[in-house]
Design a protein around this ligand. Structure first.
Ligand SMILES: Nc1ncnc2c1ncn2[C@@H]1O[C@H](COP(=O)(O)OP(=O)(O)OP(=O)(O)O)[C@@H](O)[C@H]1O
Ligand SMILES: [Mg+2]
Length: 325
């Protein structure tokens, strides 16, 4: 697929916070470290990373809410440093949680947002409410909204500036499975039917796999992986193969296809390996032709999760280990 034009780009983006308390370690905290992200027009881009990786800080810089220590953010070719108003004119966003006046209705809250975005007609307001499925509850106070309804109202607010880019910080955070699905389907439809580009941070790896065409994993302020998910999958996803004489089968695959199968013993010994561009059906055919009885051949179910766990560190992991000990 040819790459379209970059819509959101960060180049050498860096944010250093000054620590207020100097109990231990350095006086500075590098929250975002030389970050290079490229989101192309039409992407649904998933931004992953453990707690404290720097996702929200990146998003805040991309929205001009805080200044980078170094580096730049370009939106549709405009440098944010040259003025946020023009660069962000066609961006709808929320960071962490959308904020509303609880004692006002959903509709009234949107009117206030609309005022901030330069005025919107009643029809456009109704359309935004309808788009997120809140038409019937638009005249209830936000105080009585469920968390999912508030998230959807947040997305409605993002739609008011008629954006071409939506930047959403954990849009499905705290939602139940129904709410997650609703928001996911809404975002997919906004991307597919309305041609919006969506950049979202998330902790749900499965969600990113299902929803996004491109993704980045961030840890300690840097990306450790970035690219088109289908390409990343081809490169990293492993195949699990259960076959007769597994050690011999591993040797055979090494010689024949240059693969590097790892034999994991257990109740049902199996080979695990990255396909490196080979196709699962060809591996199967070759094994069978060579007289190895293939009993099971399954693509690794949670490959993105494995990479995430292997390559990122949890800041809470020490606590958990001490608690276990
Ligand atoms: N205003 C601030 N002052 C000082 N440190 C900050 C500030 N904002 C964020 N940080 C620190 O920067 C690091 C990155 O935080 P950030 O909120 O960007 O992470 P995140 O990836 O969004 O995490 P989460 O998944 O928990 O939302 C953290 O160590 C955080 O404590
Ligand atoms: Mg965050």
């Amino acid at each position: 697929m040819p790459l379209s034009e970059p819509l959101l780009e960060t180049r050498g983006l860096t944010k250093v916070f000054r620590r207020r308390f100097f109990g231990s370690g350095s006086k500075h905290l590098v929250a975002v470290d030389n970050l290079e992200l490229t989101v192309y027009r039409g992407d649904v881009f998933g931004f992953l990373g453990p707690n404290g990786a720097g996702k929200s800080t990146t998003i805040r810089m991309a929205l001009g809410l805080i200044h980078p220590t170094q580096g730049s953010v370009h939106i549709a070719g405009r440098d944010l440093a040259d003025g946020t108003r023009a660069a962000l004119a066609k961006v709808g966003a929320f960071v962490e949680r959308p904020a509303f006046y609880p004692y006002l209705t959903g509709r009234k809250n949107l009117e206030i947002f609309a005022g901030l975005s330069g005025g919107v007609s009643v029809r456009e307001l109704d359309e935004a409410l309808d788009r997120v499925g809140l038409s019937k509850r638009a005249d209830d106070k936000v105080a009585v909204y469920s968390h999912g309804m508030k998230q959807r109202l947040g997305i409605a607010a993002c739609l008011l500036p008629r954006p071409e880019l939506m930047i959403l910080d954990e849009p499905t955070d705290g939602l139940d499975p129904h709410g997650i699905r609703e928001v996911r389907e809404l975002l997919l439809s906004l991307a597919r039917d309305d041609g919006l580009t969506v950049f979202l941070s998330s902790h749900f790896l499965g969600e990113v796999e299902n929803l996004c065409n491109r993704a980045a994993i961030m840890d300690h302020g840097q990306t450790i992986l970035q690219g088109a998910l289908d390409e990343l999958e081809r490169e990293h996803r492993r195949l699990r193969v259960e076959t007769g004489r597994p050690a011999e089968a591993a040797e055979f695959l090494r010689g024949k296809l240059g693969l590097e199968p790892r034999l994991v013993d257990g109740q049902r010994p199996a080979l695990y390996f990255a396909l490196k561009g080979a196709r699962a059906e060809d591996v199967n055919a070759l094994l069978v032709q060579a007289g190895f009885a293939v009993r099971a051949l399954t693509p690794e179910p949670a490959w993105l999760e494995r990479i995430f766990l292997e390559r990122t560190t949890s800041k809470e992991s020490n606590v958990a280990r001490k608690a276990e000990a």
